[in-house]
Design a protein around this ligand. Sequence first.
Ligand code: PLP
Length: 337
Amino acid sequence: MIDFRSDTVTKPCNDMLKAMMSALVGDDVYGDDPTVNELERFAAQRHGFESALFVTSGTQANLLGILSHCERGDEYLCGQRAHNYLYEAGGAAVLGSVQPQPIENNDNGTLCFEKLRKAIKPDDFHFARTKLLSLENTIGGKVLSIDYLNKARAFCNEHGLALHLDGARVYNAAVALEVDITEICSQFDSMTICLSKGLGAPVGSLLLGDNAYIAKARRLRKMVGGGMRQAGILAAAGLFALKNNVTRLADDHQNARYLAERLNEIEGFSTVNYNVQTNIVFVDVEDSVDIQVIADSLKQEGILFSPGYQGMRLVTHKDVSKQDIDVLIEKLSHFVR
Ligand SMILES: *Cc1c(COP(=O)(O)O)cnc(C)c1O
């Protein structure tokens, strides 16, 4: 199978599996798992936070992240296209009674500070209490600039808001910007990182913040059933991912640009409206092309992609090569003809 649906489909390499097999483990709910403890220590230090929490998924990291900043009746500002608004089953609202206040994203993924300012509620019993701004980087494959993040920090300082980053793909952003990850992290009070996307671990995410914040998140993690026992097997994969799989994300970005160029060679397919910055390629497909039929046919040939996002969305990752892209283009051209 050549799988372009997402970078979540990556499978652990042999060296990662070896690290998992030889991981020292204990009961992490008792705080006894040495490998989880090592991952949390390493992650906190590497990203410049006091503390870190290893959690089951990016969704759980965002949920605990928002609920550790906000109480019932508080609200968080976020993008209309934010994962933690659109794609997490409304968790913060359902489980935490925290109201999202979405703002339309600009095309480059940013949020307009003037619109954000207008959305902050005055201290009045009619309103929810605005506590937090949540950004996402990368968002739809697009990178928020360091300059924008600086401005977001200043905005939050001015308005007394906390600043959270959904950093599911924050390493893609750092690699694309050619900066050390800490240049991004240093602007935020809290952030999440997915180990299970481009970084290639099978399971797991991180939540980062100060000691009191992570202590609160740890209680909430138990509450939502996220207390894991011999989780060191998974933490070993996460440690391996952070230490070995970061710089190679540049290959995914290069492959994504190559894929976008090749797609433009096919009649009825165009990527010109989307600037490929990282590992996600959006494609406009002409109405005359039945993309669902093509997706079904290519599936028979062992090639998977997601139809329906704008036409097509394709994601590059460590388990698709340049040759795999050539195979896709060849078959796709064939079906379109
Ligand atoms: C994938 C993703 C998440 C959620 O991660 P899961 O591990 O799939 O729950 C959160 N935010 C963003 C931006 C993502 O891309």
